[in-house]
Every structure is written in C-alpha cells, then in structure tokens.
Design a binder for this molecule. Structure first.
Ligand code: BG6
Length: 496
C-alpha cells in the first residue's frame, strides 16, 4: 500500500447531493478551503443518481453553504476557488450504469495520488458501490473508503457489510466515521489524561466512585423516521458514540497517540465490558419513548405522532455498565442518551470518592466529593468541582466551587467542526480517530444481547414526557445506588 506525497487528492462523495453531504461534508470541506487545509490540487467529485446540471447544482450548494456558515466565513474568492474544485457525475451504484468512465478520466491522481471515496449513502449500498468501484477500475494504490455509522443493524449485518467492503479495501484503508471522535473536547480528554500529571494517579477505582456519560438531545426524529425507527437509541447512539467515549475514558495510556496504539487500548476496554444479558436488563437498563410535552416553551408531539404509526422503538436508553479490569473494579459507568429531553448537552462526569476523614467538624457543612465534568457540547469546557472556604466568614464554612476551563474564553477562534477534523484525517491518512472493525464487532457483541433480552422479556419502552430528563426509571437506576444524574444542563452559566 502506497500513499501519495503529491499535492493531488481526489475526494469522491457518493450521495454527493444528499442530506449528509449538504449539512456536514460540503460545509466541512469549504471550511478546509477557508483555512487553506486542502491539498493544492484537491478535487471534489459529487456523484448522484441524477443531477440538474453543473450551474444549477453549484448555485444550490452555494445557497446551502450560506445558510449554514457564519457571515464572516462566506467569501467570494474562497467560494470561487472551492467551486472550481467541484464536478458532478450521474452514477447508479446498483445497476452500474452512468458516467463511471468519465469520472475515472477526470481524476487528477492516477495510479498514485490520494483518492478518498466517501460513502454518504445507506450502508445497504456499500457492498454494491465498492464492487462498481472495482469493476470500473477506480480503486488505485492509495484509495481509501469512508463509511458512516451505524454499520448494519446487529453484529451479523455489520459482518456482512464489513466483509463486502473488505473484499475491495484492506482494513487500514477503511475509515469508519464516528463524528463524536472528531469533537475537540473528546480529543482534549486525551490531553487532559495524558498531558497532565495530576489525573492519572487518581484515574482508577481507588479514587473514582463512578462515571456518568450523558448525550442528551432536544431534537426529535428530524424527518429520519424510517432509519430511526429501525435503529432506536441503542443502535444509533450507544453502539457507537457512547461506547467510543467510554473507551477513551477507561483505556490505559497508549504507547503513542497513533492509530494502532489507541485502537489496541480501546479494544481492551470493550473486551472487559461486563455482558448484560437476560434478566440483567431489568435492573441495569432503562428504555424509554417520548410522548408529547414542552421544549423551550413550545409544545412538541410524541414519538408515535411524529412517526405516524405504532412502534416500540426506544428513544431513550440508560445503562449501568462495568468494565471488569484491575483499574475499574467496582466502578459503575452510567450512560444515558435520548431524544426530546430537557436540554441538549453531552458530558462526561468523573465523580471522585469522598475524603477519608473530615477534619472540619459538623459546622463546616457537608463535605462534597470532587467532580470533574468534561463538557463536549454546548459550551465546550472542563470543570473541576472543589471544596473551598467561604470568604468573609469567621468560622470555617466550606462550599463547593467550580474551577472552570471554558474553551471559548481560553482559546480564540474555536470553531470546531468534527467533520472538518475527520475529513482532514482521512486526507492525511490518519486512522487514529476512526473505529477499527474489531471495535465495531465488540460493540455490537455487547449491544446485541441487551436488545435480544429486551425483546425476549417483552420489555417495552417506558413513556416520558418530552422536555423532561427521561423516564422515572432513569433517575431510579442511580437512586437505588444512592447516586444521582448530574444535570448540569440545568442552570448552566451563560457564556459572556
Ligand atoms: C448521530 C445520530 O450519529 O448523532 C443522530 O444518528 C444524533 O440521531 C446525532 O442526533 C447527534 O450528534 P450531535 O453532534 O448533534 O450530538
């Protein structure tokens, strides 16, 4: 396998005018253009079944971009250089008809030179697309392929897709996207853990009481009815984003921050995840489905009304998990994710144990344990909750105060875009922020038995009102362990 050292790079997006391309990929590539991050001779080829001619499609792309970009990002000269890189091809990946030869001829890189195929289409088409790429001689020595999640519906269907793609691309040329890994704070988690001395000695069951990972959303189905109703929160969020975040929190320090080393350590975490099977699901998992309610003062419909039919798909999941290894023995990891919840935020909370002995006596007030909050969105930042003496008091009264690192205040110009970051990694052939096949397999192997047990036991999703924090059972999951969710989305300090 060779990789180009030239300035040319062909980026081919299948589903080039589809939703993902419009909302994420094209804005991300445009921002790369703005920052001068695209290789000089990079070309972007948008493929679709049909298009309405170059001029018309470029106009539409410009409209999409201007509706999404900030005013200071829209620049005539950058649009001109960006649009000059784009061309359109009508292709049918199922019957193989269309302008495949024209596309091959158009490539600026021939035998060598980076070639990126981004499959922004349903996973059921991945195999057929790779086959056509091969039949039409489009896979060169430096070609790689980017696959969107979720890859399949369970371990079996994921295997089928991976096997099909694997017939045409070697594993080190397959980039499985999990856009959470492109978020700045997720990468900052590694900086926090491995570039600072004070956390690593405490990062274990001697000092950590438990860990919470919350990915809560206010949005509902957003028109993705068929996809979401088949997937549900477990396949859509837990199998990928949540388990990837768990890996980064729980993994051992890798030898180097390189793909192989990181992947090896993440894999060990997934191998150590205690299976949840059969009756276990009744007391360690919660399923929920939203009914109508209020979000930000407006009424929103319930899941079934949005869907327009009956369904027992879950839109909320909470789980109590364990990583059975020396470092994490006895430390619960609580996950939750759901749609139409009270606030949108993504957070990792490390709850430390309490100090061994209280030297202050009863008058000082309750001694709260330290808590580290890693906020992925919105308002990216890191907060350490510490105990401090209240000022201007004669007696020793203690209270919990935050030590805040707010990225927007600390770093200028933080316009982090996960897709921009990940696309650049693909262009630079860096797999460190992408999941390996083994990781995806193990994630399915952990998730599948939970879903099977839900079905086997007929465990229906509990209804929860939109605009709340999910079903009561979610709070009860922690209450029964004398713990509570850290709802820092409530009453958050506003950014200046
Ligand atoms: C996607 C899921 O992977 O992540 C969506 O398919 C979800 O259902 C989205 O809304 C959340 O991403 P973010 O970056 O907005 O938290």
């Amino acid at each position: 396998m060779r990789f180009s050292v030239t300035d040319c790079c062909d980026i081919i997006i299948f589903g080039g005018l589809g939703d993902l391309s419009r909302r994420k990929l094209l804005p991300a590539l445009y921002r790369c253009e703005l920052n001068g991050q695209l290789p000089q001779q990079a070309k972007i080829y948008l493929t679709t079944r049909e298009h309405e001619g170059e001029e018309r499609e470029l106009m539409r792309i410009q409209e999409w971009l201007s509706s999404q970009l900030k005013a200071d990002e829209c620049s005539k000269s950058h649009w001109e250089s960006f649009s000059a890189r784009i061309s359109f091809y009508s292709l049918d990946v199922v019957d193989g008809s269309g302008e495949w030869d024209k596309l091959r001829e158009a490539f600026s890189c021939k035998l060598v030179g980076d070639r990126v195929f981004y499959l922004a289409m349903p996973p059921s088409l991945y195999g057929a697309t790779c086959e056509q790429l091969s039949q039409h001689g489009l896979i060169n020595d430096c070609a790689r392929v980017v696959l969107e999640k979720p890859l399949g519906y369970d371990r079996e269907t994921s295997d089928e897709i991976n096997n099909l793609v694997g017939e045409y691309f070697a594993e080190q040329c397959i980039f499985r996207i999990d856009h959470y890994l492109g978020k700045e704070t997720v990468q900052n988690l590694m900086a926090l853990r491995f570039a600072n001395i004070q956390f690593e000695p405490l990062w274990n069951s001697n000092y950590i009481d438990h860990v919470q990972i919350s990915l809560t959303e206010q949005v509902g189905l957003e028109g993705r009815t068929d996809f979401y109703d088949q997937a549900g929160a477990m396949r859509d969020m837990v199998q990928s984003h949540l388990l990837q975040l768990l890996c980064l929190v729980a993994m051992e320090p890798p030898h180097k921050l390189q793909a192989d080393n990181i992947r090896t350590e993440k894999l060990k975490v997934l191998q150590a995840l205690r299976p949840i099977e059969g009756q276990d699901v009744l007391h360690t998992t919660v399923r929920g489905q939203y009914v109508e309610g209020m979000i930000n003062g407006s009424e929103v419909p319930g899941y079934l009304d949005e869907l327009g039919r009956d369904s027992n798909t879950e839109t909320f999941v909470a789980i109590k998990a364990h990583v059975d290894n020396w470092r994490w023995a006895g430390v619960p990891f609580y996950f939750r994710t759901g749609k139409r919840l009270r606030q949108r935020y993504a957070e990792i909370v490390i709850q430390f144990k309490s100090v061994g002995h209280n030297v202050f006596g009863g008058q000082s007030g309750q001694l709260e344990s330290n808590r580290l909050v890693i906020r992925l969105q919105p308002d990216e930042g890191i907060q350490m909750m510490l105990m401090a003496k209240e000022l201007n008091k004669f007696e020793m009264r203690l209270q919990q105060v935050p030590l805040n690192l707010n990225f927007a205040e600390t770093f200028e110009n933080i316009r982090s875009d996960a897709y921009q970051r990940l696309l650049l990694n693909v262009i630079h052939n860096d797999l460190s922020l992408f999941a390996s096949r083994d990781e995806a397999d193990l994630a399915w192997a952990w998730v599948d038995p939970i879903i099977e047990a839900w079905n086997g036991l007929g465990m229906q999703p509990a209804p929860y009102e939109a605009g709340t924090w999910g079903p009561d059972a979610s709070a009860a999951l922690l209450h029964s362990d004398h713990r509570a969710w850290h709802n820092s989305g409530t009453g958050r300090r506003k950014r200046k």
